[in-house]
Ligand binder design. Structure first.
Ligand code: BYC
Length: 469
């Protein structure tokens, strides 16, 4: 069904025919807008931003680009088309018809999963709230705002599910999604990464590279869900997610390119001289990668998890691209896991968080290969790497253990003494912050980042992507 933009809440779920649901969502809508006003991008409400808006839910549905003031963005409810006769594709009820309603016995687990997913969306907007004031270019500023409005829409996606399928509890949860805030001492966001401050653009690029990629994996696993409305909404969200990771991958790539230029110009790889020239030395970039990668690894949950086992066995949450696997039930298989107590044989169902984390790490390698190729071509030996999944963990078997980025267990005092060799120190952060000077002349870039290869939607790089009021 095509998207109806004539309604107060754009949608392709025929909202007009469910007056009760429509009224409930219309009641939530002003609360969302108020939240956007208070917690969304600060001070840019009057700016015209060159944004894309979905026109339909298929892959080609991204036809509309145009200048929009963010508070006027047409947030709404878009689900991928229903597949007729869709069946549950994994778990103990594999082969049975997908559910169009929430099965009573899975109600609280599904609500918890949807709330956890929903909580990350506004959290990320809150984390990025002040970045507009430090943008390296209008091109980047526009990308930040595109991401922010889409995260706002992803919140709508989860709120729709809560309102439409979870009655009064769902409506209460939808209000709570606007009441918790990133980093708030009393009411923080649910998952740790979403309470970390993002106060510079190097962190934004790392966040969109690593944390949005967790989003891709979690959404892909929900796209497999036996609860069909969740599957359909996540399938459409994934089309939006791709751009966020693009911002991360190309952003880090542009930082690397600029640093290599400065190294060539100065004829040195001395971090102090590179910093004095206003660029990010590669060891510093490595620390940012270590920080955001390790934080994002926690988002997959514990290596051994009964929650993960139950969600899979009950058909609620599959593996990304479930159809690529041969066994969709996993009752008779196990996996050898590396734990601090040594290798442990674990039923596969209980090890699914780890299975997902490993495939995520492989996906993360792709960007590193590309950046390292650029470093190699420039004739340098330095290589960027991903930290071991034991490093700096706050969840799971390795929680709190003094492990270095190569995975080696160290004496606690050595680990503490050396931690800032591996993640940004207060001085590193202050230096990166000092680079963040706002650049808003069309076509101009800050000195620490190279320009992108091309503009948005075939427009030139010096297009005025954000017209500041
Ligand atoms: N921080 O068995 P366990 C995105 C809790 S990103 C704090 O280890 P489980 C986006 C866990 O909740 C994708 N708490 O793990 C990206 C549980 O608590 P309860 C977001 C954590 O349950 C960028 C307890 O520890 N989507 O979309 O198998 C921008 C034991 O849990 C953490 C989702 O996460 C943590 N890191 O898996 C914008 C999908 N990890 O319930 C958006 C929905 C675990 O005992 N969530 N805990 O009180 C899930 O599927 C699961 O909740 C998790 C954890 C994968 C997060």
């Amino acid at each position: 069904m095509s998207i109806n933009y004539a309604e107060k809440i754009p949608n392709n779920v025929d909202l007009a025919h469910d007056r009760t649901l429509q009224r409930a969502l219309e009641h939530w809508q002003p609360h969302f807008l108020q939240w956007w006003h208070e917690m969304g991008p600060s001070d840019f409400e009057k700016a015209d931003v060159y944004l894309r808006t979905a026109t339909s839910v298929d892959a080609k549905g991204w036809a509309t680009y145009g200048a929009v003031k963010m508070p006027d963005y047409r947030w709404g409810i878009f689900l991928a088309d229903q597949e007729p006769e869709r069946k549950i594709g994994f778990g103990d009820q594999m082969g049975q018809p997908a559910w169009q309603q929430v099965p009573g016995e899975h109600r609280s687990t599904l609500r918890r999963l949807i709330v956890t997913q929903g909580d990350t969306e506004p959290a990320s907007v809150e984390q990025q709230r002040l970045l507009g004031h430090l943008c390296p270019s209008l091109y980047d500023l526009r990308n930040l705002f595109q991401i922010n409005v889409e995260e706002g829409r992803h919140l709508w996606a989860m709120v729709y599910l809560l309102h439409a399928y979870f009655g009064r509890d769902g409506r209460e949860e939808a209000e709570e999604l606007l009441a918790r805030h990133s980093g708030d001492a009393d009411k923080p966001r649910i998952l740790t990464t979403f309470n970390e401050p993002i106060s510079d653009w190097l962190s934004l690029y790392c966040f969109t590279y690593f944390t949005d990629r967790d989003g891709k994996y979690q959404l892909k696993s929900f796209a497999e869900s036996g609860f069909d409305p969740l599957s359909r909404t996540c399938r459409f969200m994934l089309t939006e997610e791709a751009h966020h990771m693009f911002v991360g991958e190309t952003g880090i790539g542009r930082v690397v390119r600029r640093t290599l230029e400065v190294m060539k110009e100065l004829g040195t790889d001395d971090p102090a001289r590179i910093r004095a020239h206003g660029a990010v030395d590669l060891p510093l970039l490595q620390k940012y990668l270590n920080f955001w990668c390790s934080s994002s690894l926690d988002l997959f949950g514990s290596e051994i998890s009964s929650n993960a086992a139950a969600s899979f066995a009950n058909g609620l949450k599959g593996r990304p691209d479930e159809s690529q696997y041969a066994d969709h039930v996993l009752r008779d298989v196990s996996l050898k896991l590396d734990t601090p107590e040594g290798a442990q044989e674990v039923p596969m169902l209980n090890a699914l968080n780890e299975v997902m984390r490993e495939s995520y790490l492989k996906d993360c390698e792709i960007g590193l290969k590309r950046w390292n190729r650029a470093i190699e071509r420039a004739g340098h030996e330095f290589r960027l790497t991903l930290p071991s999944s034991r490093f700096r963990r706050a969840i799971g078997s390795w929680v709190g253990l003094p492990v270095d980025p190569s995975g080696k267990l160290l004496p606690k005092d050595e680990y503490e003494r050396r931690l800032h060799e591996w993640v940004p120190s207060p001085e590193d952060k202050a230096f990166v912050k000092s680079l963040m000077q706002k650049v808003i002349e069309p076509g101009k870039m800050a000195a620490w980042v190279a320009p992108p290869d091309r503009g948005i939607n075939n427009l030139p790089l010096d297009y005025e992507y954000v017209h500041l009021a």
